[in-house]
Design a binder for this molecule. Structure first.
Ligand SMILES: Nc1ncnc2c1ncn2[C@@H]1O[C@H](COP(=O)(O)OP(=O)(O)OP(=O)(O)O)[C@@H](O)[C@H]1O
Length: 328
């Protein structure tokens, strides 16, 4: 199947005002404006197959949102080409808009004082859905999102998690084929994050939708994405499997253990790199390959009361990539 998203040598340069500090600088800037150019996205190329769920990772300011805006046609590229579902996004053709959606975790489209259902009626009209079809889709999505009767309440009375679910429903009412999601779980509690994740997975399976998603939560990425794109200072520096990224840049896992008695750093050192030790609690970094063996030894040789294994935070993994440099 041909790729549904095709990006080649995509670049975006923003001119930003360049003002010297102080009053003199302000005056000088007032009479003769100077601009410097920020290369927010530089020569980025990738393709995405229909139905794939791809994670888009990068530190703050790396260029993720700028790329998503170019893919959805909100801004023009400075150079390069983009095609999404066979369309050139910045032409914003009706048929293109019917095929895509953009959800930004920190922006909302639902009207605050009205029940979500009223806003959904407007969306249905914009996309030319009949009342019966709109009602069917709202019912189906509300069930998938376990929204119950929440759509009848003014949006301001909903919890953050419920609001995000209602936002997703609104963004998906026209049944887009390509979903661009910018931090869809931002600020949600763990339960709501899990629910949104499960929903996205279900939506992807049920409709074969393609998803490109940014998130700072590692759990979103591990639950949903087999492939990740990593962008750093505007450049794409990794495109491959999540496992590949983690094995390469985080070949260790974090083990948190609580003990029945206090151990010294020296006593714990043979089990891994001790990151933190406080009274009867410790955090270790353990090589991935050694994990099962090491945890087995800890349980056998130490007085373990509680034990938890987790992946290191994604920011840490990405941070390591930056230190290591380009890996394309
Ligand atoms: N409208 C704009 N005008 C000027 N510079 C901008 C504009 N939008 C973004 N930038 C700059 O472009 C760079 C990339 O920003 P972008 O928002 O794409 O990053 P991001 O990866 O989405 O970051 P975050 O995770 O913080 O949302 C940053 O240096 C940012 O300051």
């Amino acid at each position: 199947m041909p790729p549904i998203i095709h990006v080649q040598n995509l670049s975006k340069v923003y001119p930003v005002a360049d003002k010297e500090p102080g009053l003199v600088g302000t005056l000088r800037h007032f009479f003769r404006r100077q601009y410097k150019l920020i290369e927010a996205v530089q020569q980025v190329s990738f393709e995405i197959e229909p139905g794939a769920v791809v994670g888009f990772l990068g530190a703050n300011g790396a260029g993720k949102t700028t790329t998503l805006k170019m893919l959805t046609g909100l801004i023009y590229p400075s150079a390069g080409t983009v095609a999404v579902a066979g369309f050139v996004p910045f032409r914003r053709e009706r048929d293109f808009l019917n095929k895509i959606t953009l959800v930004m975790g920190q922006k909302q489209q639902l009207i605050w004082d009205l029940p979500a259902l009223d806003s959904l009626r407007v969306n249905a009209a914009v996309y030319g859905l009949s009342d019966a079809e709109a009602a069917r889709r709202v019912g189906e999505l509300a069930e998938m999102l376990a929204l119950g009767d929440k759509l009848n309440q003014p949006v301001r009375k909903l919890s953050l998690g419920e609001r995000m679910k209602a936002e997703l429903l609104a963004a998906l009412l026209h049944r887009p084929q390509v979903l661009f999601l910018d931090e869809p779980t931002l600020g949600l509690d763990v339960n709501a994050q899990t629910a949104v994740r499960a929903f996205l997975k279900e939506y992807n399976t049920r409709y074969g939708a393609t998803v490109l998603l940014t998130s700072h939560y590692m759990a979103d990425i591990t639950a949903l994405c087999e492939r990740v794109l990593l962008i750093h200072l505007g450049k794409l520096i990794y495109d491959g499997s999540l496992d590949g990224l983690l094995n390469r840049f985080a070949p260790y896992r974090e083990v948190r253990a609580e003990f029945g008695r206090a151990y010294s750093r020296e006593e714990l050192a043979p089990y891994g790199e001790v990151e933190m030790l406080a009274e009867c609690e410790a955090r270790f970094l353990v090589e991935r390959d050694e994990l099962v063996h090491t945890v087995g030894r800890m349980l056998a040789e130490l007085q373990v009361v509680d034990l938890e294994v987790s992946d290191p935070p994604i920011e840490e993994v990405i941070g390591k990539v930056f230190l290591t440099g380009s890996v394309a």
